[in-house]
Write a protein that binds this ligand. Structure first.
Ligand code: GSH
Length: 220
């Protein structure tokens, strides 16, 4: 059986977990936190979560795991059959990750964990984040899903990136990323009504307080 290694507060872990749930695949969760310990590096070369354990070995990197599941397992499709549409979903997914998730992530230490981030990094994150949101407003269909009428991996990346990016933008840049973006608000509402999204959220909330406390203690 597939084993998903990671922890419920991780947004990347939750992208894969939601894909597994939406596809209706059997899997187990192995709770593990990112580290540079040799035994963890053996299952995740860069020491990050998630890592998916298959009967053939481990796969890391979320988008690669999502593509592997799509290629090898049945269940609900999260990539379109048509090659051009598939490329479009992949482009959207990549744009959300590179231009929204990653700039926001560069500020997580200050926003979530009581650390301090250099002003130059914050300035760059703000410019990148605003440009990333503008790009998604232009390219995303939000009809009702990011790429069109069907849920895809772009929605997983969107759901678990825009929430954290919105907190970063509000706290550091006094900006509401979702204002003037009713299509994105409507999609988030729709996704929040999905039973699998609710399960992922409940699992995350159950771990959140302990995770934040441990992360902050680690900074001292
Ligand atoms: N490129 C990786 C990123 C995963 C990632 O950043 N995971 C976070 C948890 S949400 C992590 O492991 N952080 C620990 C670290 O960066 O050392 C992927 O696509 O899976």
């Amino acid at each position: 059986m597939l084993k998903l290694h990671g922890f419920a507060v991780s947004n990347y872990f939750n992208m894969v977990k939601l894909a597994l749930l939406e596809k209706g695949l059997d899997f187990e969760v192995r709770v593990v936190h990112p580290s540079q310990d040799p035994e963890f590096l053996a299952i995740s070369p860069r020491g990050k979560v998630p890592s998916l354990e298959t009967e053939y070995g481990f796969i890391s990197e979320t988008n690669v795991i999502l593509e592997y599941l799509e290629e090898t397992h049945g269940g609900k499709r999260l990539l379109p059959e048509d090659a051009f549409e598939r490329a479009n979903v992949r482009a959207l997914t990549k744009e959300i990750e590179l231009y929204i998730e990653l700039p926001a992530r560069s500020c997580y230490a200050e926003v979530f964990f009581g650390g301090k981030v250099d002003q130059a990094i914050k300035d760059k994150a703000k410019a990148d984040l605003l440009a990333g949101v503008s790009a998604l407003k232009r390219h995303g269909k939000f009809a009702p899903y990011v790429a069109g009428s069907e849920m895809s991996i772009a929605d997983l990346m969107f759901l678990y990136s825009i929430d954290l990016a919105s907190v970063v933008a509000r706290k550091l840049f006094d900006t509401d990323l979702l204002a003037d973006w009713p299509q994105a608000q409507a999609l988030l509402k729709k996704l929040s009504e999905n039973a699998n999204v609710q399960k992922v959220e409940a699992d995350k909330n159950a771990e959140m307080a302990a995770f934040i406390a441990a992360a902050r203690a680690g900074k001292k």
